[in-house]
Design a protein around this ligand. Structure first.
Ligand code: PEP
Ligand code: MN
Length: 263
């Protein structure tokens, strides 16, 4: 169970020696989507040099429009594995179908459940039958209670390795893509013993907001960040407007680390 009353110590998840939770501050970054071999390897090397510990990249993309780029799918997964081999960084990528759970368990280090699938209970239960760490993003209209219950769907099947990710919720505000709910980080850390990270990229949709909100996430005690980085944001196939360049990401990391050290 996720409840802090039943287990007071923080859950610490070990991903190939990288610890998530329990006072560590862990950075996952990379492109929204894997687009090509050159793209993922260039971004992976760039973010690693800037201090990212884990590489993200979407292979199966949950796009609003069926006519938008849907990801390189299995080929994208292979390219991520290649980037892992070259850089040594563990990889996190999103799953959409329960039919691919075995493949993802085999291939990836952290399996991401996106906001749109937060209440895909068959998918959550299938992931609960594995021991692979699951990054569970908050649904865009999910309450804190509903989000925690989705974590319980995974944990109650036997997988205790759940990382929560606040990625902004849908409100009346239109200026930003979503509204980043930093108070949810405090709430979830009080209510549960699970690690909670923040994704300021999807929360805002705006590259220029990412640094300050990443610092704010560190200040409220988040256990880490997920940040989108692209080598050519202007021509990205997905989410370019919120993507930092590797150089921009390196600048963000310098300031974020200062805050994380204070907390
Ligand atoms: C993503 O991380 O690329 C993504 C689709 O995020 P979310 O599920 O939070 O929208
Ligand atoms: Mn994205």
């Amino acid at each position: 169970k996720a409840n802090r009353v039943l287990k007071s110590e923080d859950t610490v998840i070990d991903v190939k020696g990288i610890k998530i939770g329990g006072g560590n501050f862990t950075i996952m970054s990379g492109p929204c989507s894997v687009e090509s071999r050159d793209q993922i390897i260039e971004v992976a090397e760039g973010v690693k040099a800037a201090g990212s510990q884990i590489l993200r990249g979407g292979a199966f993309k949950p796009r609003t429009s069926p006519y938008a780029f849907q990801g390189l799918e299995l080929e994208g997964l292979d390219l991520l594995k290649e980037a892992r081999k070259i850089t040594g960084m563990p990889i996190v990528t999103e799953i959409m179908s329960p039919s691919l759970v075995d493949k993802f368990v085999e291939d990836v280090d952290i399996i991401q459940v996106g906001a749109r699938n937060m209440q895909n209970f068959d998918l959550l239960k299938a992931l609960g039958k594995t021991q692979t760490p699951v990054l569970l993003k908050r649904g865009m209209s999910a309450t804190i209670e509903e989000w925690i219950m989705s974590a319980e769907y995974i944990m109650s099947e036997g997988n205790p390795n759940v990382i929560l990710c606040e990625r902004g919720i849908r409100t009346f505000e239109k200026y930003t893509r979503n509204t980043l709910d930093l108070s949810a980080v405090l709430a979830v850390k009080k209510l549960t013993h699970l690690p909670v990270i923040v994704d300021p990229s999807h929360a805002t949709g705006k590259r220029w907001m990412v640094k300050n909100l990443a610092m704010a996430a560190a200040a409220v005690g988040a256990d880490g960040l997920m940040i989108e980085v692209h080598n050519d944001p202007e021509n990205a196939l997905c989410d370019g407007a919120q993507s930092l360049t590797p150089a921009g990401f390196a600048e963000v990391m310098v300031d974020v680390k200062k805050i994380a050290e204070l907390v």
